[in-house]
Design a protein around this ligand. Structure first.
Ligand SMILES: C[S@@+](CC[C@H](N)C(=O)[O-])C[C@H]1O[C@@H](n2cnc3c(N)ncnc32)[C@H](O)[C@@H]1O
Length: 288
């Protein structure tokens, strides 16, 4: 990308800057060094992390979530999937051992390089394809080509518009009979402070020198990521309420048992689960 192109992208998508700055840091590091020096970027951990502990955390979550989404053991062996926002492969390594084909999709190309390395060491490299989401909103995969579209702790980090575009893309690329499981973050009281502060941090992030410095500071990076909050009604309205029960079957909102998540849409099941993060919710559905 030219310098002008990079500046234009920073102005259009300031929420992408913290990721690119973090990605830049991982460019000259191995995946293990990336985790040890910036493990908090993906895992909220600062101490005693290695690529191995990082992927074993991902393995536990993948096992738990696939069960929650209704997959039984071995059922995924012949299936393909896309993981939107794979990062450096914390969960991708596990997916690659369970699915025939995994597209790891991320806005940052350096993360995808590290993701390849992570899967080489801890997953099944033959199952992996990487996909650069260069514009932050579209997936360069054929329509109806995967059995499962998954995204975790990513759609909250894009602009609301990009997140909704990625939801539409997830529906487009998933085959009939396939499933989607997309994770979002809803409003909490703390957001009254977090969201505006995040906006201020992203303005500062537009200056390359400041961005380089800020990418090393955990609290600033995490603030800068707070890009959007979407409710189930926001997402379902954007998808099209008429699709519920027609193109989208078994539409389920999975949320934490510690927080109620409301929806006014008809035909949507709500399931509360203890181990879902209180500010997260999942849209899970099957395509007719
Ligand atoms: C918190 S990390 C989560 C990574 C992984 N899902 C996990 O749980 O370990 C969020 C990831 O989303 C990616 N991301 C942010 N905005 C994106 C976008 N618009 N399209 C694709 N990926 C995006 C970031 O680069 C980052 O790798």
């Amino acid at each position: 990308m030219t310098l002008l192109g990079r500046i234009g992208e920073r102005l259009r998508r300031p929420q992408g800057v913290p990721w690119r700055s973090a990605g830049l840091r991982t460019e000259s590091l191995s995946a293990d060094e990336s985790v040890r020096s910036t493990g908090w970027v993906f895992d909220n951990k600062t101490k005693d992390v290695s690529l191995e502990s990082f992927t074993s955390g991902g393995e536990n979550e993948v096992r738990r979530y696939l069960k929650l989404f209704g997959y039984t053991n071995d059922e995924t062996r012949d299936l393909s999937m896309v993981e939107i926002g794979s990062g450096i492969g914390r969960m991708t390594a596990s997916f690659s051992k369970r699915f025939r084909l995994v597209y790891a999709a991320d806005v940052d190309a350096a993360f995808l390089e590290r993701c390849r390395e992570t899967v080489f060491h801890h997953g099944e490299p033959n199952a992996l394809r990487t996909l650069h989401v260069a514009d932050g909103r579209t997936l360069d995969i054929e329509s109806q080509s995967v059995d499962f579209a998954f995204s975790y702790i990513t759609l909250q980090h894009c602009s609301g518009e990009d997140a909704l575009s990625l939801v539409t893309e997830a529906l487009r690329v998933t085959k009939s009979g396939g499933r989607i499981a997309l994770n979002f973050r809803t409003w909490t009281a703390l957001d009254a402070a977090l969201v505006p502060l995040g906006g201020i941090v992203r303005v500062l992030w537009r200056t390359p020198k400041a961005a380089k410095y800020m990418a090393r500071i955990r609290s600033l990076t995490r603030l800068g990521w707070q890009a959007n909050r979407l409710s189930p009604d926001d997402v379902l309205a954007s998808v099209g309420l008429d699709l519920i029960g027609t193109r989208l079957r078994d539409v389920t909102i999975i949320h934490s048992s510690r927080r109620r998540v409301a929806t006014s849409a008809d035909g949507v099941r709500k399931v509360s689960v203890r181990r879902v993060h209180p500010s997260h919710w999942w849209l899970v559905a099957r395509l007719a």
